[in-house]
Design a binder for this molecule. Structure first.
Ligand code: ACO
Length: 267
């Protein structure tokens, strides 16, 4: 597949997808969503970490409001449904991705763009970036995953506030809300993201996959269910690792080669 709306690169086990529709603030059209989904699937086996970013002044200004809501209306309900399905696949592919995903945010991030960063495992933003759940400003509610994104990245009071008022907020506030992993001054964005990528890439990749998947499941369980589930999943993970964690992770500790409280074992 040739890409028109994104750029794709793989370097040193790190995949990078850059939304490349800067003239429209990287607003999502179905073709862009299909390209992101295709790129994610294409590089999954060759990378250890995935970074998602946007060209120009936006991470992603949400759904392309004209094409998604105006033009598809002329084409009828079927076209409307199909457009939503393609965007939905991008979100679910990212959410279920078997590699850690990092949203690197430098600029406008609204609605579906907010959802895009929320389905990534980590989000690093500049303090000056501007976020918003702006749907109410044009008369609807966050849909297509954005309401989920709001209530799963901030507490109920704040999610209600920002979805009800449509008020925008800065990256610095997003960090205070817990809506992103971290917010940094603009000149530190590159360095902070690279440090996070390096830390994720050096971890055992099977443990990394299980960590995210198990965390997402146990959030919705009571303690006893979680205890059983975590035990089972831990054993499954160890089976796939073929005891590498004992041989190397514990082995290197036994030889006093590293301090696990402070650093990772050497893979
Ligand atoms: N959909 C379609 N086109 C868009 C979108 C969008 N979401 N966002 C920006 N654009 C277009 C603009 O219409 C403009 O096009 P034009 O050059 O043909 O006039 C171009 O991108 C540049 O936008 P400006 O508004 O001129 O850029 P500016 O930097 O001044 O403002 C901002 C950026 C604040 C992001 C503004 O464009 C905006 O409010 N966009 C809409 C944000 C939004 O509410 N998104 C929807 C979220 S809800 C959802 O996703 C379902």
């Amino acid at each position: 597949m040739e890409y028109e709306y994104i750029e794709l690169s793989v370097e040193d086990d790190v995949g990078k997808i850059t939304l490349d529709r800067a003239e429209k603030r990287n607003a999502i059209v179905p073709e862009l969503a299909l390209e992101v989904t295709d790129a994610l699937e294409r590089i999954e086996d060759e990378i250890r970490v995935l970074v998602l970013e946007g060209n120009g002044s936006a991470f992603c200004a949400g759904m392309d409001l004209e094409k998604r809501f105006y033009e598809t209306r002329q084409e009828g309900p079927r076209a409307f449904y199909e457009a939503g399905r393609k965007t939905g696949s991008m979100f679910t592919t990212l959410f279920d991705y078997n590699r850690p995903t990092v949203a690197k945010i430098d600029g406008w991030t609204f609605g579906a763009g907010y959802c895009l960063q929320a389905v990534c495992d980590f989000a690093v933003t500049t303090e000056e970036s501007v976020f918003g759940l702006s749907e109410i400003n044009f008369g609807i509610i966050p849909g297509g995953g954005a309401m989920w994104a709001a209530v799963n990245t901030m507490n109920r009071r704040k999610a209600l506030y920002y979805t009800s008022t449509g008020e925008s907020f800065t990256g610095a506030t997003a960090e205070e809300l817990g809506a992103v992993t971290t917010a940094v001054p603009e000149d530190k964005l590159e360095e902070t993201t690279d440090e996070l990528i390096e830390s994720l890439a050096e971890k055992n990749p099977i443990a990394m996959q299980f960590n995210t998947a198990v965390l997402e499941r146990v959030r919705y369980m009571d303690f006893h269910e979680a205890l059983d589930y975590e035990r089972g999943k831990s054993e499954e993970m160890k089976y796939y690792q073929q005891d590498e964690w004992v041989d190397e992770g514990i082995g290197q500790f036994k030889e006093r080669e590293y301090k696990p409280g402070l650093e990772s074992y050497d893979e």
